[in-house]
Design a protein around this ligand. Structure first.
Ligand SMILES: O=C(O)CCC(=O)C(=O)O
Length: 283
């Protein structure tokens, strides 16, 4: 397996949905122009991160303008595109969903955020995603030419079992559209993404929106790419930027050979298993 160039489009999300879509499209083209073959967008990149707004910005697949842009951008730029996340309407329900497209513009899979972020944090940050969102029911790993790609959304990364199950399904790279805040970002952002990479000996790419101190929810920024040894390959600042990094995929096998964590698990003492699939939220 060769190395691949990956990019994160750390865009500043504004209230104007069309402006967000346009900006994302421009940044994807710019990333591809720089040689990226995998491009990742942030959580809720077309909608300010505020639970009451999600139903107002929600789109139904495949008619929505955001899906159309994502598919066209992947096709025109010939990239694998982890299209961040956006509010997706399915009947009465709205989900925080990531759509993943291949270089031909076809949908490879979608991940509906499994762990909803309902918290009251120090610093006065209160979020209740479940007030407007439903939870996904699936573990998402999609095929790509450089190996299986796991998809988690933000708070999902805090649940090591989910990421381990993706690794056991063969994931080589985990992409995480995310939007930590100014309380949990400084405390945990680098730590959790590095730790999931170390636990599972794979690459982790986390994509944040740029920080906007005037927004109702202030995103931390600092999109990050981590290698299977836990080293930070690339880390953005907090402003708008395209972050790029080279993923040397051969490092996965080398590190797993030298430090065989999977083989050393005591599955006679403990076991992790995926429960039966609940139909409904895959492609
Ligand atoms: O886990 C965190 O600290 C932040 C999670 C979050 O903002 C989200 O899930 O949208």
């Amino acid at each position: 397996m060769e190395g691949i160039k990956a990019a994160v489009c750390q865009l500043k999300v504004v209230e104007d949905k069309s402006a967000n879509i346009k900006k994302a499209s421009e940044m994807i083209a710019g990333a591809a122009g720089n040689g990226a073959r995998l491009v990742v967008l942030p959580e809720m990149f077309n909608c300010p991160y505020q639970a009451p707004l999600f139903p107002l910005y929600a789109e139904t697949f495949p008619e929505g303008e955001t899906f159309k842009m994502l598919s066209a951008a992947a096709r025109e730029s010939k990239v694998y595109l982890a299209g961040g996340s956006l509010p997706e309407r399915d009947g009465e329900r709205v989900y925080n969903t990531s759509f993943i497209f291949g270089p031909d513009g076809n949908l490879l899979g979608r991940h509906r955020k499994v762990h909803l972020f309902d918290v009251e944090l120090p610093g006065g940050i209160t979020v209740k995603e479940s007030s407007t969102l439903g939870a996904g029911e699936r573990i998402t790993v999609v095929p790509t030419e450089f190996g299986p790609l796991g998809v988690a959304i933000c708070y999902d990364i805090r649940f090591p079992e989910l990421i381990r199950l993706m690794a056991l399904k063969g994931a080589k790279i985990i992409v995480v559209p995310a939007a930590f805040n100014m309380t949990t970002g400084p405390a945990h952002w680098d730590l959790v993404f590095r730790m999931r990479a170390v636990d599972n000996q794979l690459f982790v790419i986390a994509a944040s929106p740029a920080r906007d101190v005037n927004a109702g929810y202030v995103a931390f920024g600092h999109s990050i790419m981590v290698d299977p040894w836990g080293e930070v390959l690339a880390r953005a600042g907090h402003g708008e930027e395209v972050l790029t990094g080279e993923l040397e995929l051969a490092r996965i096998e080398k590190i797993r050979r030298e430090l065989p964590l999977t083989a050393h698990r005591r599955t006679d003492l403990y076991q992790l298993r995926e429960l039966a699939d609940v139909p409904g939220d895959q492609v």
